[in-house]
Design a protein around this ligand. Structure first.
Ligand SMILES: [Zn+2]
Length: 368
């Protein structure tokens, strides 16, 4: 498939070595409209992953009212994150970090979207951790456990980055409360708040600025949040509507994994292969499909070296349960019960040899 290719230049001949402290940063290998990317791994970035970075930066810039021609400098890869983020004096268990004021973003594949929100927001300036982290989580579509609603959001305001990270409930509360604020009032007050609540601003000053831009004290919005916020915002995940249609009791999903095509993401990462967070050469596509009736289904994957992870996406949070998920290998059909839900399937292969993959899901007719 030659359709959907994007234009980007792969720069591989940088001679000068960039250094950060005593460390060597990877060379910039990919230059796109909105980003310059160096990677800590040898595997190629597939066209879909590169395109997604550009789309995300453009989207976050519009949302945060921070459009700029400056390219975001990204150092991509699990290997570089720990030491680089540690050097910056940040918590050493982070999956990524954006160095405020330096246009340097370190991220593994799982944290990249979150860190890009910080990188774009930093065009105006890094905010108080509670709002900064809440925005990064909410805008990047993070799904996570609901907060306990017992600790007030304002109690997390004014903490240092390290204290914020170390405080139980900080991430879930910030994500959830900021999403509530966006749903109630949109992005504008948050964008007005940013320059008034930059990192280092005292708690009192942040809360005073909040009162001014929302025209109400934070306590009133906290009360509203406790009263009427949904338990979770599970629809925030990247759950595009299904493209493939059922024909009777059968759904056939055919895709071509091609690293040069924007349909295809790569390398493989901790999202694709949960047990190994380091990027490795490979390609994947993530698709969604709906199951209308709870029943037994036969899942059959075809394609040389193909693997798939099928996961129930929209029913598990409300049910207060872990998501149902299963792994499939090529030519090993599996029978399983599936609920009436939206599902995601990640179709993947190791390596970057273009591969046709077919996933067939067939409802097993019950006797009688
Ligand atoms: Zn963050």
């Amino acid at each position: 498939m030659g359709l959907g290719r994007i234009s980007y230049s792969r720069v591989g001949l940088f001679v000068s070595l960039l250094t950060y402290g005593c460390q060597q940063l990877p060379e910039v290998e990919y230059v796109t409209e909105h980003a310059e990317i160096g990677t800590y791994f040898d595997a190629p970035l597939c066209a879909g992953s590169i395109a997604r970075v550009d789309e995300s930066i453009a989207r976050y810039a519009l949302l945060l009212d921070a459009v700029s021609s400056q390219k975001v400098r990204i150092y991509w890869g699990a290997d570089g994150v720990m030491e680089s983020c540690d050097v910056a004096g940040l918590h050493d268990t982070l999956a990524g970090c954006h160095i405020i004021g330096k246009n340097e973003t370190f991220a593994d594949s799982g944290s990249l979207e979150h860190e890009l929100v910080h990188a774009v927001g930093d065009r105006i300036g890094g905010m108080d951790s509670f709002f900064e982290e809440g925005l990064a989580e909410a805008l990047s579509g993070g799904i996570g456990p609901a907060p306990d609603f017992e600790r007030r959001p304002s109690s997390f305001v004014g903490l240092s980055t390290a204290d914020f990270i170390d405080t139980p409930g900080s991430r879930s509360t910030s994500r959830h409360f900021v999403q509530f604020l966006i749903d109630e009032r949109g992005m504008e007050p948050l964008n007005e708040l940013r320059p008034l609540a930059l990192r280092g601003t005292t708690r009192d000053q942040v809360l005073e600025a909040f009162h001014a831009v929302y025209d109400t004290p934070i306590e009133a919005l906290e009360d509203a949040w406790v009263e009427r916020a949904p338990l979770s915002y599970e629809q925030l995940g990247d759950l595009a509507l299904p493209e493939d249609q059922w024909r009777g009791d059968e759904l056939t999903i055919q895709r071509t994994l091609d690293c040069d095509d924007v349909s295809t993401m790569g390398p493989l990462d901790g999202v694709t292969i949960p047990e190994d967070f380091a990027e490795q050469e490979g390609m994947y596509q993530r698709i969604t499909f709906d199951v209308a009736d709870e029943d037994s289904y036969n899942l059959d994957l075809q394609g040389s070296g193909a693997r798939a992870r099928v996961r129930e996406e929209e029913c598990w949070i409300a049910a207060d349960d872990a998501p149902n998920e299963l792994e499939l290998g090529a030519d090993v059909p599996v029978e399983t019960n599936m609920g009436a839900c939206r599902f995601s399937a990640t179709l993947w292969v190791e390596g970057t040899t273009t591969t046709a993959v077919t996933l067939t899901i067939r409802r097993i007719e019950k006797a009688g």
